[in-house]
Design a protein around this ligand. Structure first.
Ligand code: UDP
Ligand code: MG
Length: 319
């Protein structure tokens, strides 16, 4: 099979038939063998009924329905697990991404040998103040931290080699950082393609203001995880050791000074009246705790199987 198209959706009943027809048109025009995987992320409208109808008239339509709304990342994760095509395409369900981009993306993966190609909404049709501007800032910080030269890291329209999606686990709200995960997994050949973008035709955006703070915290997590996720002791052990040594240095200094005063009958202050005493104490305590955190991290890592338990309600055409 050439292409798996993975589409996460939450309350997008109006867009689905139009999106489906458009994708089918592109697939048949280009003679692609394909599957179209919808993941209904616990929609409360009639999205699932619409998908059922689509799957009856088109056997390429497959679908998974979540019991409740888990979020875009878990939806993508299950879509990735199911995808069988050589190239996996993800896109949003709201008609903001254009299926006409698929053939070119496909070509970049197959002929250009990219592991991942991300869309770039160069001319973007979203609110300038609440979306476009913050997104530019985010992408700038992201480029600096991750070293991946993408202008639009969180574009919903992306293409992957099949083995790339099988080697990453998109959880929480980490869909914003899939290229970072791919790079950490060893797939660093990442490309970019300017894609057409449209204003949302039906419905409303599903992400509110909290995406700023969540996105920032996730950026910290992903940076830490991609560096030290499999070796927490190297981070906590280093910080712990440095802090402990600093504290220990102060302690030795205080001890020597105390002895010196005793022997020379120098009138010294009490140790507990000196700031360095408290610095020493604090550093040694925090240092030891960091060290312990490192050990606990390693223990958890060694003993935890990878698991995700999302409750799937129904499936269509998937075995
Ligand atoms: N989405 C989802 N689960 C959610 C939120 C969003 O599956 O909890 C889907 C949504 O239906 C759409 C895509 O993720 O297909 C992108 O969402 P949206 O268009 O609201 O984001 P925006 O374009 O405003 O950033
Ligand atoms: Mg959208």
């Amino acid at each position: 099979m050439d292409i798996s198209i993975v589409i996460p959706l939450y309350n997008e009943e109006e867009s689905l038939p139009e999106l489906h027809d458009w994708i089918v048109r592109v697939m048949t025009d280009n003679n692609f063998s394909y599957e179209l995987i919808f993941i209904d992320d616990g929609s409360k409208d009639k999205s699932w009924q619409v998908i059922q109808q689509l799957s009856q008239k088109n056997k390429h339509v497959k679908a998974i329905k979540f019991r409740r709304n888990y979020g875009k990342s878990p939806a993508l994760h299950l879509g990735f697990e199911a995808a069988k095509g050589n190239v996996v395409i993800t896109m949003d369900a709201d008609l903001q991404d254009s299926p006409d981009e698929i053939p070119e993306l496909y070509k970049m993966i197959i002929e250009g040998n990219f592991d991942l190609v991300s869309g770039w909404k160069q001319k973007r049709f979203d609110n300038a103040f609440t979306k476009n501007l913050p997104s530019k800032l985010y992408n700038y910080i992201n480029r600096k931290i991750s070293g991946i030269k993408l202008h639009d890291m969180n574009c919903g329209l992306k293409a992957y080699k099949n083995k790339v999606v099988k080697s990453i686990e998109v959880y929480g709200e980490m869909h914003r950082f899939i290229p970072v995960m791919a790079k950490a997994a060893g797939f660093g050949n990442i490309g970019e393609k300017v894609v057409k973008h449209q204003a949302r035709k039906y419905g409303v955006s599903k992400f509110g203001w909290n995406r700023f703070i969540n996105g920032f915290l996730d950026l910290l997590t992903i940076t830490f995880l991609s560096k030290f996720g499999k070796r927490p002791m190297h981070f906590f052990g280093l910080v712990g050791t440095l802090l402990f040594l600093l504290g220990f240095g102060f302690a030795v200094y205080l001890g020597v000074f105390k002895l010196y005063c005793t022997f020379t009958h120098h009138p010294a202050r009490l140790l507990t009246e000196r700031p360095s005493f408290y610095i020493s104490l604090t550093c040694m305590v925090i240092g030891s705790m960091m060290f312990l955190a490192g050990f606990v991290g390693e223990l958890i890592l060694r003993n935890s199987p990878v698991r995700n338990n999302y409750l799937v309600d129904e499936q269509l055409n998937l075995n």
